[in-house]
Design a protein around this ligand. Structure first.
Ligand code: RP5
Length: 168
């Protein structure tokens, strides 16, 4: 949701345009909940100053949750978490080269004490879960989102029941 002032409550940042194909799932899931995210390509390694500026200014922009995705030595989520008090969700991605996402998973999840990054699964499932987790955080103070989350649970359960029924 863009708030009345047109501000986005969720930022989706990623290390490269090569991450966008997977992160589109995250963006689309947020839009399904009526949230228009602030989306940017920002690299902890290639644009470290832009990463710092974004982290320092995110709360003032009205952002409440940051989703940060990267592959390989994925330091983006951790570098952002180091410089903001907003909750940061990290999405590890399997880049074209490297270790099929295990490199990014370990780089994202193994944060030192005091600087958490809520790390989701590698790839598309993680991209979707990052969006749903961000919505769950926002839903703590937004009953409209709570209702939408309940409907997601119901529709997922129906899907499984339908698949189960086809087995009989
Ligand atoms: C990371 O390096 C990016 O997040 C991307 O997953 C990976 C490869 O980037 P490109 O070389 O495709 O730009 O920083």
């Amino acid at each position: 949701m863009a708030s009345k002032s047109g501000k986005s409550s969720v930022a989706v940042i990623m290390g490269s345009d090569s991450d966008l194909a997977i992160m589109q799932t995250c963006i689309d899931t947020l839009k399904d909940f009526g949230i228009q995210p602030f989306v940017r390509i920002i690299s902890a390694h290639r644009t470290p100053k832009a990463a710092s500026q974004f982290a320092a200014g995110a709360a003032k922009k009205g952002i409440k949750v940051i989703i940060a995705a990267a592959g390989m030595a994925a330091h983006l989520a951790g570098a952002i978490a180091a410089q903001t008090t907003l909750p940061v969700i990290g999405v590890p991605l399997a880049a074209k080269e490297g270790l099929a996402g295990l490199d990014a998973l370990l780089s994202t999840v193994q944060m030192p004490g005091g600087v958490p990054v809520a790390t989701v699964a590698i790839g598309k499932a993680g991209a979707k879960n990052a969006a749903v987790l961000a919505v769950q955080i926002l839903a703590l103070s937004d009953k409209n989102l709570t209702g939408k989350l309940s409907r997601l649970k119901t529709s997922q359960a129906k899907e499984v029941a339908k698949k189960n029924a086809t087995l009989k």
